[in-house]
Design a protein around this ligand. Structure first.
Ligand SMILES: Nc1ncnc2c1ncn2[C@@H]1O[C@H](COP(=O)(O)OP(=O)(O)OP(=O)(O)O)[C@@H](O)[C@H]1O
Ligand SMILES: [Mg+2]
Length: 257
């Protein structure tokens, strides 16, 4: 599906990263990152394995602390925030994990209810049911409500994982390799879902991927992590209009040039 036009507010940075550095022992993973995510935008982050993409997401969500630099998320500096404020901030961010992270012993319904019951104290049964039905409809899987995760396909599990995140109406979505391990047709469905979420929930998203079809289909802007920095950023065509040997093989492999 062709990506529909979205409204992006380039005056409103929901994430603003400056001079971010992170090392483990003496291995410098992130070496001075500047990155903005604008309100309403899908930003794709590309990079080889081990370049620090997941580390970046962990820094944004306060799971890791940087060595240098600032990370502002929804107006708050996550490197300088109380535990309580960080917890409240995290509720406003949705994570889509590579393994979908569903609870195997719970039905789809219970999986979806879980974040609501935990984070919206006092919510009524009726509102819970309505919220579950709404997000299941949004990801096109209403019929799976009473199934167990083990009865779902990989693509369905991914959708339910995304639905479970959407149930709290996140302002920011962080997708860590949303299409990894899926067949090409299911990948296209997930790409479309990411775009539908952007439209319907007005989210701003970071999408980490190696899948250039996903990058092209979902990204309003692409940033490529090279040697610990975002050296190339722009539209898909701008980023890949280069002979840089660190960039070109990515394109050639994905599109069999
Ligand atoms: N908690 C940690 N302690 C030590 N080293 C770490 C830690 N977390 C990540 N690293 C190292 O940081 C580097 C970047 O890891 P990261 O998981 O961010 O890579 P990635 O870009 O997400 O890769 P992939 O595409 O394979 O998921 C790796 O070399 C990894 O070993
Ligand atoms: Mg990773």
């Amino acid at each position: 599906m062709e990506k529909a036009k979205v409204e992006i507010d380039y005056t409103n940075e929901v994430i603003r990263i400056r001079g971010l550095k992170k090392s483990f022992e003496d291995f410098a993973v992130l070496r001075g990152i500047d990155l903005d995510l604008y309100q309403g935008e899908n930003l794709v982050v590309l990079g080889r394995s081990g370049t620090g993409k997941s580390v970046l997401i962990k820094l944004i969500s306060g799971l890791l602390t940087p060595d240098h630099g600032t990370i502002e998320v929804l107006g708050q500096e996550v490197t300088n925030i109380t535990d309580k404020a960080l917890q409240e901030l995290r509720i406003r961010i949705g994570f889509s994990f590579q393994n979908s992270a569903l609870y195997d012993s719970m039905t789809v319904r219970k999986n979806l209810e879980f974040p609501l019951v935990r984070n919206r104290k006092g919510i009524s049964r009726k509102d819970i049911d309505l919220a579950v039905e709404t997000v299941l409809d949004a990801v096109g899987l209403s019929q799976t409500i009473n199934q167990m995760p083990s009865e779902l396909s990989g693509g369905q599990r991914k959708r339910i994982g995304i639905a479970r995140t959407l149930i709290l109406n996140p302002e920011i979505m962080l997708y860590d390799e949303p299409t990894a391990g899926l067949d090409p047709i299911t990948c296209i469905e997930i790409n479309d879902l990411i775009n539908e979420v952007q439209q319907r929930y007005k989210t701003s998203s970071i999408i980490i991927t190696h899948d250039l079809t996903c990058a092209k289909a979902t990204g309003d802007r692409i940033a490529m992590l090279l040697d610990g920095k975002f050296e190339r950023a722009g539209t898909f065509d701008e980023v890949f209009d280069t002979d840089d040997p660190r960039v070109k093989p990515f394109f050639d492999y994905n599109f069999i040039r």
